[in-house]
Design a protein around this ligand. Structure first.
Ligand SMILES: [Zn+2]
Length: 383
């Protein structure tokens, strides 16, 4: 028996008051299962078939795939169920209870991005009794803010399958069709310590790192010369030298030195190739030095995302919002959905500037227009 489906505001309240922080620090990390189960029960009431898929890497967390209809095309409405941790004491509102105040819904995850699911369910409600010609899929993932394990698990299982996807990250309701990727790598140079009075006693890792840094900077110039994309505010790939540590005392030859870099590739650049090139360049820089060099990844990294402007979904989102599609400076699960074969657009209520901040909110004025856009997208791609 279908029971009473909560109202949109009741759903927002339920989602915000169900904590689902994910963090690489175990003291903050929580399961997303309670949020998944809440969504699962509402989606079954709306006639979706609901699958809850625990992550092999973290069985206490899960992805959810809810499907109505079938066919070769279809639309995925996607989001992550986890939030970042919050700054205790810096919130004026309770992060875990929805507060409506001055035209804003406050709470942790209102705009980034549990709130989006309440809007998706509201839009799906309109089609509860409408037969669908193509599948409508609601996808809710785990761990976007930390390991991206949820998205990775989906790619490895090859699901869900559909032609189009909208991820409701807070874009201020402007469609985003591209973003850069991210890599963080550590370069560790190993020499031998010795008394500073006789250079023959050691092998200076610090002097080796000097060569490595010069090589990396010339590699950066080459990358920036070869790759440009005016759609981005910073139209070239960036490479930042963010951290260096080596040695201990002026009178000792430095035995080890480590450099951490952050690289943001443009669409079209592959993480695997960049990692290979970096390894070759730094190895080459030290080839006659008697120093050893090791390169390791500090994070798994995220590929750049790109959906062609000619895609029907990009066009439809531009039409509905009245905004040209833009390129963003942050990373999302978009490249994983691209890898599953979906044209993907990032489009959602709320502003990225207030995400990951105290007093995160969704403007109440975003709710109706966003639900309206989702209804039109469902109508266009599923009915
Ligand atoms: Zn997010």
């Amino acid at each position: 028996m279908p029971h009473h489906l909560p109202t949109l505001v009741e759903m927002l309240e339920g989602l915000i008051s169900t904590p689902s922080i994910s963090s690489v620090s175990p003291e903050f990390d929580q399961s997303n299962r309670p949020v998944i189960e809440l969504l699962g029960s509402w989606l079954s009431d709306l006639g979706f078939s609901v699958e809850i898929l625990p992550l092999a890497s973290q069985p206490h967390k899960a992805n959810l795939i809810a499907t109505r209809g079938s066919g070769p095309s279809g639309l995925v409405l996607a989001g992550h169920t986890d939030t970042v941790p919050y700054d205790e004491g810096r919130w004026q509102h309770d992060p875990f209870s929805l507060t409506e105040d001055g035209g804003r819904f406050y709470g942790l995850g209102t705009s980034d991005m549990k709130g989006f699911f309440a809007l998706v369910l509201q839009a799906a409600l309109k089609f509860r009794d409408t037969p669908l010609a193509q599948p409508l899929v609601v996808l809710a993932t785990a761990d976007e803010e930390s390991s991206m394990d949820g998205a990775k698990a989906l790619v490895s299982m090859g699901r869900p399958q559909a032609r189009y996807a909208v991820i409701g990250e807070p874009t201020g309701m402007v469609p985003v069709n591209a973003h850069k990727g991210i890599l963080m790598e550590a370069i560790h140079v190993i020499g031998r310590s010795g008394h500073s009075s006789d250079p023959a006693l050691g092998r200076s890792a610090l002097e080796g790192m000097h060569r490595v840094v010069a090589e990396i900077l010339s590699w950066r110039s080459e990358l920036q010369g070869r790759h440009r994309d005016p759609a981005f505010k910073v139209p070239m790939p960036t490479l930042n030298l963010g951290h260096i540590h080596g040695g201990d005392n002026p009178n000792r030859i430095c035995a080890e030195c480590e450099l951490h870099i952050d690289l943001r590739p443009l669409p079209g650049m592959s993480l695997e190739e960049l990692r290979r090139d970096l390894r070759e360049r730094v190895t080459h820089a030290l080839v006659d030095s008697e120093l050893k060099v090791e390169v390791r990844s500090l994070i798994d990294g995220t590929e750049p995302m790109h959906t062609p402007l000619e895609s029907d979904l990009v066009r439809a989102c531009e039409g509905l919002t009245g905004h040209r599609a833009e390129a963003a400076a942050y990373c999302t699960e978009g490249p994983y959905l691209n890898a599953l074969g979906m044209d993907t657009v990032i489009l959602g209520p709320g502003d990225i500037a207030c995400a990951h901040q105290p007093d995160e909110y969704m403007p109440t004025a975003n709710v109706r227009p966003m639900v309206g856009m989702l209804e039109k997208l469902i109508e266009r791609f599923c009915v």
